[in-house]
Design a protein around this ligand. Structure first.
Ligand SMILES: Nc1nc2c(ncn2[C@@H]2O[C@H](COP(=O)(O)OP(=O)(O)OP(=O)(O)O)[C@@H](O)[C@H]2O)c(=O)[nH]1
Length: 882
């Protein structure tokens, strides 16, 4: 082996002798000048050092190359002033190698120091430590590389040629970014050649640009330099540019990806957003074709229409201009402005008029959310719950006394005086179970709640004073309970009084349909005394027995639902409401929505004023935190979403409320007049000046009943029409008849807001006549067949796409286009149906009289033959009168 100097070795390696000297020194090989001789041992030491300095030996499978370059570019800015731009290029590339490490490291000095140098160069440096076999391998590889380089060069030349042809005069301007890419392209060659030697390469380049704005003093010099550039240099530059443009095409993408944090989905979304704006084009990832194709026909939108919608919103939903909608409405004879609200029906017509599909929007109605909540709770396990009891009865029969007795003796395990607060409801514990009492005796609360659709009470305790007997309000209570289909337990009170007569009460109530168990009925009668406490246990027992029969159940592990029992504005605490949980569990911190009021529960007290954290089914609690005073009798629901609760509350507060009120179904006499369906019962509430006229009216009305139509007197009484009558009418869809009496002020207000049908009479026959008309309207009309004429079929024509057409002659009467027909063959009916067409010559006609010819076809029937006859007839309906 020939010896060589440091300089020669450096030359072979393609590096400066000084640099090699430094490396040798670092490797512990003492050489003083470039003329010093290198021994094989020196080379081996240097190689060993380089291996170690690149991060360990043997197991190393990755090689990291880092290179920094700083360049200055002088360019004129937008104003034409020369500027110097400093471009720093930092390139880092990690190569993963599967090859023998010795070999990989062996090549390193050459690759690292000269990126553009021919790959065959470093053979000499490796010679001391490679054997003959390796040499052969190396030679083979060198040959391959040479081939590759030759091929690449040829390709570039070809491309260059094409590019030059395409843009001969268009000199590629050197933008700063391009310049960066240009310099970076040098580095790109490395992985390409490395791919040859190492089987896998992953590259990463970080580029930073710092542009310094400074007046260039050498602008002229630069120009000269540009001019003096040789054509080959220019070509070389262009080649590099083209090469880098191809290779670095995906570099912006890489950079973006490296900047993006978060998961892949977020990145994807981010990219999509970017793509939407038309920036950051990524030809590799985009499908080759354009995803959007211009619609060739009008797009039909499915438009969800809420109860009311503004013109602007409607236009937006159809993707048209508001002016278009206004135009359509103008054609329909309505002048509107862009912000005007349209009702649902009008909006539907507009949408259909404009060729779109209108759908009644459930999803726009936040209340639909409540339906979801409600339905989701249905799947939850049901558990038995305590009955909720309301006490009803005539004035002074002892309702309050009875409730007071039960409360003071039973609440909190009989701790008399344990109640510090009165919240309108409480629950008592007995040996057989728990009962919840609504502490608001009377019909008002009861019917008010029911009118709002809240069935809060499970059982009614009907209090009747044993010394007084059945009184008007007792009967009213019975009617209310019956209308609501709620079982009654009769508490015959004041049994301690000597004049008490238990049997008389039973008798009197039987007359009103409340039949005691021992008489074959289903009502339990218990003798009690609110004064002495006699029979109270039996009464509670009876209530629980009744509850058992009812099999009362509710979900416990579900969002709470229930009813507002009482509500008021407390000076210190703000709006407070007593609520009864009917299903689920109410928790401190829950968001509660009731009507148009909502709020987060800030405090929750039980009936003794003790703070509690939860309240499960049939438990009454007082809650604080509602935004306003809630309406008693209104249903409440606990939601986990405050935003949704607010949304629904606002929705209910708005004008939608009026729309909803209008939609509340109330019974109208007119409905009954025009009713042609099988509605067979007319519900009535009758109020009269005196009992006599009330009874007379009921008797007269009852005479109108037939097998088909019935009258149901939901309630009758003496005196003014009061609020509870309206509520009852609302709940039972009844019409109120006021005979020689009027509604009081509060009732009138309620009539105004609910639209309950109230009719006043002072002549009994007038009332009877109107009810008679109503009942007549409820009866199905008489339907009779009327024969129109007879037609002879003389000729049959089979026309493709039309079917069978018959040439006919009208024998008798006439035939109408809309008549019903029977086809007779040998006087036997073979088909019944209707006409599809009726013509005289070529014209469609409405009817053809006897003695004339005509053409006809039948709907869904083609088996018509010459000699058949067609009988035409129609159905005539006549209203029936009672
Ligand atoms: N002797 C006796 N008197 C009773 C009994 N229960 C109630 N009373 C009395 O009957 C009167 C009316 O009792 P309340 O409890 O106020 O009757 P109420 O049905 O609540 O009356 P209103 O609230 O006006 O509807 C009071 O004077 C009670 O003391 C009882 O069991 N025996």
């Amino acid at each position: 082996m020939t010896q060589m100097t440091v300089e020669q070795f450096a030359h072979d390696l393609g590096m400066l002798p000084n640099l090699l000297l430094e490396q040798l020194q670092a490797a512990g090989v003492v050489k003083h000048s470039a003329a010093d001789l290198m021994t094989e041992q020196d080379k081996a030491r240097l190689l060993d050092y380089l291996r170690k300095s690149h991060g360990g030996e043997g197991s190393r499978a990755k090689i990291t190359l880092t290179r920094r370059q700083t360049k200055e570019i002088k360019q004129a800015d937008g104003t034409g002033r020369p500027r110097t731009i400093e471009v720093k290029v930092r390139k880092k590339r990690v190569l993963t190698t599967k090859r023998n490490i010795t070999e990989a490291v062996d090549k390193r000095p050459a690759q690292e120091s000269v990126s553009s140098k021919s790959a065959e160069t470093p053979d000499v440096t490796a010679s001391p430590i490679i054997d003959a076999e390796q040499k052969a391998l190396r030679a083979e590889e060198a040959r391959k590389r040479a081939e590759l380089v030759a091929r690449q060069t040829a390709e570039f030349k070809e491309k260059e040629k094409r590019r030059q042809q395409a843009a001969t005069s268009d000199e590629i301007k050197e933008e700063p970014a391009q310049t960066i890419q240009k310099s970076a392209s040098e580095e790109v060659v490395v992985p390409k050649s490395t791919t040859e030697t190492s089987s896998k390469a992953t590259g990463k380049t970080t580029t930073s640009v710092s542009a310094t704005s400074q007046a260039s003093s050498s602008a002229g010099a630069q120009a000269t330099q540009k001019l003096s550039e040789k054509p080959e240099e220019k070509n070389k530059k262009k080649k590099k540019q083209i090469k880098q443009q191809e290779v670095w095409k995906d570099e912006p993408v890489k950079r973006r990806e490296s900047k993006t944090r978060g998961d892949a989905a977020a990145q994807q979304e981010w990219r999509m957003r970017k793509d939407k704006r038309g920036k950051g084009k990524r030809s590799e990832e985009l499908p080759p074709q354009h995803a959007f194709s211009v619609p060739t026909e009008p797009v039909v939108h499915e438009v969800l229409i809420p109860e009311t919608i503004s013109v602007a919103t409607l236009a937006q939903k159809m993707a048209v201009k508001a002016a278009e909608v206004i135009k359509v409405l103008m054609k329909m004879g309505t002048m509107v402005t862009i912000n005007q609200m349209l009702d649902q029906e009008t909006a539907i017509i507009v949408v259909e008029e404009m060729g779109h599909i209108a759908k009644i929007a459930e999803s726009d109605n936040p209340e639909a959310f409540l339906e979801e909540v409600t339905s989701s709770t249905e799947a939850v396990k049901m558990e038995p719950r305590a009955p909720v009891v309301t006490v009803m009865g005539h004035v002074d029969h002892g309702k309050t006394s009875l409730l007071d007795y039960i409360r003071t003796t039973r609440v909190a395990g009989g701790e008399a005086g344990g109640i510090t607060q009165h919240i309108g409801a409480y629950h008592v514990k007995t040996s057989r179970g728990m009962i919840t009492f609504l502490d608001t005796p009377g019909h008002e609360a009861f019917t008010a709640m029911r009118a709002r659709g809240a069935k809060i009470t499970d059982i009614v305790i009907l209090v009747v004073a044993a010394d007084d007997g059945v009184m008007p309000q007792t009967i009213e209570a019975v009617n209310h309970a019956r209308a609501a289909d709620i079982p009654i337990v009769v508490a015959v009170n004041k049994m301690d009084k000597p004049e008490a007569n238990f049997e008389r009460i039973k008798q009197e109530l039987v007359n009103h349909g409340v039949v005691p168990e021992d008489w074959g009925g289903d009502a339990m009668f218990i003798g009690v005394s609110a004064k002495t406490g006699q029979g109270i246990d039996d009464l509670l027992e009876a209530v629980l027995l009744q509850a058992e029969v009812l099999e009362l159940e509710a979900a416990r592990d579900a969002p709470a639902k229930g009813v507002i029992i009482e509500s008021r504005l407390d000076k210190g605490r703000g709006p407070v409401a007593t609520v009864l949980v009917q299903s689920g569990t109410l928790r401190h911190g829950d968001v509660v929505l009731t009507g148009a009021v909502f709020g987060k529960i800030r405090a929750m007290l039980d009936e003794r004023g003790k703070s509690v954290k939860t309240a499960s089914t049939s438990i009454p609690v007082e809650i604080q935190g509602l935004s306003e005073v809630a309406e008693a009798g209104e249903v409440f629901i606990a939601l986990d979403n405050e935003r949704k609760a607010r949304e629904i509350a606002l929705f209910r507060q708005g004008k939608f409320r009026d729309v909803r009120l209008n939609k509340l179904h109330v019974a109208k006499m007119e409905d009954a007049f025009g009713h042609q369906q099988d509605v067979s019962t007319l519900n009535l509430i009758i109020k009269a000046d005196v009992q006599g006229s009330c009874e007379a009216l009921i008797y007269a009305l009852k005479q109108l009943e037939t097998d088909e139509v019935k009258i149901n007197i939901v309630h009758n009484g003496v005196g003014a029409i009061i609020e509870s009558d309206i509520n009852l009418a609302l709940a039972s869809e009844a019409v109120i008849i006021g005979f020689n009496c009027r509604a009081d002020l509060r009732a009138r207000k309620l009539i105004g807001s609910t639209g309950v049908d109230v009719r006043y009479y002072n002549i009994i026959y007038e009332a009877v006549d109107e009810v008679k008309q109503a009942l007549s309207g409820m009866m199905a009309p008489d339907r009779k067949e009327k024969t129109l004429g007879l037609v002879d079929i003389r000729e049959i024509y089979r026309i493709s796409k039309v079917g069978v057409v018959a040439g006919c002659y009208v024998l008798e009467g006439l035939i109408k286009r809309d008549a019903l027909v029977r086809v007779l063959r040998d006087s036997v009916v073979i088909h019944e149906g209707s006409l599809d067409s009726l013509k005289r010559f070529k014209d469609d006609v409405k009817e053809v009289k006897a003695g004339f010819e005509c053409g006809l076809s039948l709907k869904n029937f083609n088996d018509i033959k010459q000699g058949d006859q067609v009988e035409a007839y129609e159905i005539v309906e006549t209203a029936r009168v009672l």
